[in-house]
Design a protein around this ligand. Sequence first.
Ligand code: FAD
Length: 508
Amino acid sequence: MATLDKAYKEIEGIIGSKYITEKDFMKAAYSRNVDPAFPDRWADMIVRPVSSEEVSEIVKIANKFKIPMVPRGGGADLVGGSVTQGGILLDLTRMNNILQINEENFYCEVEAGITWGALVSRLHDKGLTTGVLGPGSGFSATIGGGLSNSTAGFGSTKYGVVPDICLGIEVVLPNPQGTIIRTGAAANKYAEPFCRYGVAPDFTGLFMGDVGTMGIKTKAFLKLFPVTPFKAQRYYILNKNDYNKVYELLHRLRAEVRDGLHDVLVVPLITMQLLASLVENKPNKRPRLKGPIFSILVEAMDERILDVYLEQVENIMKEDAREFEMQEVDLDATLSRDWKFNLKYAYNYFNKYISVAPPKISCTTCHKVPISAIPDVAEKSNQFDIKYKSEFPLGSISLFATVIFLMPNGNCVIVGGFNADNIDEQRETSMKMWHKKLRLQVRYGGVHYWLGEAISQSIVEADAYTPEFIQFFKNMKKAVDPNFLLSPNKFHMYNYEDDIFSHIVREE
Ligand SMILES: Cc1cc2nc3c(=O)[nH]c(=O)nc-3n(C[C@H](O)[C@H](O)[C@H](O)COP(=O)(O)OP(=O)(O)OC[C@H]3O[C@@H](n4cnc5c(N)ncnc54)[C@H](O)[C@@H]3O)c2cc1C
């Protein structure tokens, strides 16, 4: 019997024939993430374990037969992270239970394959929230994916990225023993998982943002917060198109409104113009758009405090902007004073900015920069787009940012990318330009977060890592994955002997 067949039979013996498949139509269904540049990639088998123990047994078999594995949550990755050409695709979405909601001590324990939508709606009924509610794709994306991709989403201006709310995890190491460990307070077998630091070095951090290269997360312990009852949304449009002003205003909002800010998004003028041209129910008069739009959501435990926050926002914005209503471009939009938070909003508001040309998918380049760098990186990005205009795939729009999203302290996410068609004729061009633009961002000091394959490889190509860092990374990986089976290809690592520096691209 061939190796793969033997492994298949052994795994089937562990999880049952219903939860393993090598059927073509299933491989096709699991062959993609949400990105246009990668071709379909078919795993050798797809397995759907239901417990940490089953994951551990699968890992042992993969080691016995030296078969690579890639973990997958919702598969909503935008950078080729949760698919594999050959090997075992580990679908974790059957591990979707909420194990504990600890209302007394404000934490919860969940299985890593639960979606944000399922968890957050259960919590919402109890007046609780995880603060950051996961990505815009949260109705299908999972907690495990959010932790592995260092995801930012609704609530990130105040609560940070998903790893910031993580108190520890249970993780199966990809070693021949399929070792299961717990991190954070849960590493103390007598302790509840109520805090992250103190019991040992912060080994949780080793698995955060690892894009599934260091272990298979099976459980997560997350912070909980009481739902803040008073929220309000305001929009402002700047009097002119000036990124220096954008920086100054973000700086003042952060300095003066602080914790009152729940989410601050800046929609660049060009994005607003594109969106205005796409809406179905347009006003008769053409909108007068002169500058970027600030979308500011504030929250408070008391209505009087909310009013103070709104007054502060108005004082900061009034010299350089006027209040704006989305109805000025879209008659179906809700007036800001009528705006009410609901979960559908949390998982929809960001999505329209991911791809501003609806029939096309975005080769996303979302990354973080310090807010003071916004004017400089906007200029560098525009120069790049002008220089390489003719090399982008036909009909694509490359933007510095479709939206700028304020993060805690002084950094922001530049949401952006360019559009491409999901067709074979465009893949090579799209992939080439995607990596090129990513390398530019890495070299101006941008920090990406969902790294998958496309971005992790581009960081290596840009020569960002020192040899000492790479050696440390390899040593750490070797300690948990001696046979190099988990998520090969990411970071241009294909085995421990390879010289990853041979992938550096120096031409730009
Ligand atoms: C419409 C849309 C909107 C989006 N909005 C946002 C956004 O607002 N913010 C944002 O950050 N991202 C966003 N994304 C990107 C993506 O959906 C998120 O990063 C999301 O967190 C991925 O979760 P997932 O469960 O789908 O992960 P997957 O796609 O399944 O996996 C993502 C990565 O994590 C690894 N992984 C998954 N589960 C595990 C596990 N249990 N253990 C170890 N490794 C694992 C995979 O190998 C892969 O590398 C968006 C995508 C779309 C399509």
